[in-house]
Design a protein around this ligand. Sequence first.
Ligand code: 3H9
Length: 693
Amino acid sequence: MSPITREDIGEIAVLSCDYPPVNALSHAVRKGYIDHLDAIRSDDAIKAVVVRCEGRTFHAGADITEFGKPPQEPHLPDVVMALETFPKPLVAAIHGTALGGGLEIALGCHYRIADPSAKVGLPEVHLGILPGAGGTQRLPRLAGVENALDAILSGRHVKMKEAAAWGVVDRLAGDDLKADAVAYAKEVVASGPRPTGDIELDGAKYDEAFFANFRKSIARKTRGFFAPEQCIRCVEAAVSLPLVEGLKKERQYFTECMQNPEAAAMRHLFFAERQVARVPGITKETKRRDIKKVGIIGAGTMGGGIAMNFANVGIPVTVLELNQEALDRGLGVCRKNWERSSRLTADDVAERVKYLSGTTNYEDLADCDLVIEAVFEKMEIKEQVFKKLDEVLKPGAIMASNTSYLDVDAIAAYTSRPSDVLGLHFFSPANVMKLLEIVRGKETADDVLATCLDMAKKIGKVGVVAGVCHGFIGNRMLSGYGREANLNVMKGAMPQDVDKAIFDFGMPMGPLTMADMAGLDIGYFNRQSMDRNSFDTRATDWLDRLVEGDRKGLKVGKGIYDYAEGSRAPVPSPEVEAIILEESAKLGLERTSISAEEIVERSIYALINEGAHILDEGIALRASDIDVVYVYGYGFPRYRGGPMHYADAVGLDKVYARLQEFASIDPDNWKISPLLKRLAEEGSSFAAFDQSR
Ligand code: 3H9
């Protein structure tokens, strides 16, 4: 049975699509449209048509699960063209989210009416493609070139008020969208069809300089991506060519996008982000605890940032500090951060401040449903905090640690209720970064985990479940990545060579610039308390020398790089280069030139290898979860889909072969994951491993 049904209301045919969950434009839906249009075309009793959807939303786009498979006719651009050229007026009735191909269907219709709460958008760029069913040609005609560029390049969901102002919809509906759409269709019978493609654009206004400026304005955000430039080229075609020619260009650029690895990577992330919330043993039926009040221990940068997340969504949050001065300072920083946000009005800020309070007394947290500790990373301090929380908190309260490395099971053991304890590892700045590692201890109760997964979503985070180990998923993987970057410097590359190679790969900054930003003294002090046999001192002795020479990083104006006063731009340092040469010589290493490709392979393959260990040990539930962690927490380029997807794209056999070469040189550093080895030898992939579980 076709997912599209027809109901005739007098002279108006109402086509309703019912294809849960989001009315994606799959083959059956596209065919349904063509079949119904063919029947209505010759039906003299019908004078106009309403196009609408059942369920929670108008079409949310093309069916992404069909991408990468052989395309089946009728293709979506042909369906949209069939709508636009239909001889009777068509009215799209939009509710929910008309996205991508969904909006393109609405643009193919001649008139649009919408529920005021609906949103529209062309989010294809987030899938590494472009609106390929005429969206790049029709939206500029209807909404104007600037607005269309904004929508297409940002992929954002545009609220109805704005969309109406752009001219994307003609009318807002009252309480009954279907009835209002039918009434509207009756009205437009007399006016007849009004094809969007007939609108003429003032091409002269949008010259080369206009597009050059636009490209410049988004260059930083789109560095390394393929699809955004393709989108711009399409809009250039829209302003300079007739519709049919523009559509041909759109098809060409769309096909190029589909063939680019970026599309597969972004599609992988789309599904990975949805998969991540699925945790074995946790179902809709798993009971949840109410989170009506939250406590945060520590008003430092981390504690304050975490608190902001809750106040942002209207959950009262109390921050605890040891003394009033530190508390006032911490709460003041939260206020300033909100005030500095260009997206918030004074009223928005006041509303948030209302939910934020402070205390120096643990007893004030007694009625909290969730308390998150964000104090100094020392086990003795965590012990004190958790013992105190155990004493004062009401039964059933969830106790969480924001530790980035420490043993969550050991922390839980300080309490009399370890099943109420888990790790909630936020990333800095905690009010901005989307990632939240949810660390499930060996005794963490299912309802505690389920509650925190829901809570993550509520505060706008992507929650990824991790098991207990040193550094969990993200930070544990970093150690090999950093080690290889540092070792490359000893073996022949200069810091700027390493950073450039990694930056060009797509990371937001190179690992050595990042080390300077974090402060070289942090690693230095950690190493002082570690057994020197437990890590490769060749990678770190040169850094220790920098710290001992007072080169602690950006905060003191010199570290691996020099920094001009007041500047954050790293400048290669002749002094450091001399130290590097001396330290290499001391180690007896023969410096050789290391290609950018090898620099990338060493660091990124170290990430992948550790990721495979983590997967094998069950610390991460799936390879795609690791990808989500790296994309959201560490700025791994989205267009590469995360480290594990990237490994699959390179081919695990190739990655494994390279790992063997590295291991033959530095066997202690490269313990190849047995899982990676097995998958490589079987010709398999991390994606196939995920699917097999
Ligand atoms: C396009 O249109 C290309 C054209 O221009 C050109 C073609 C030639 N297809 O997100 P949720 C599934 S590209 C297939 O959890 P929410 C999703 O996987 C498309 N499946 O719900 C999930 O499945 P499951 C442009 C889809 O309420 C379920 O629906 N459009 C699609 O949080 C629920 O999804 C987009 O990029 C799809 N298009 O959010 C829009 N969309 O339950 C993508 C969703 O098995 N979609 N699913 O995990 C969204 O942004 C959100 O899903 C939406 C609802 C806002 C609609």
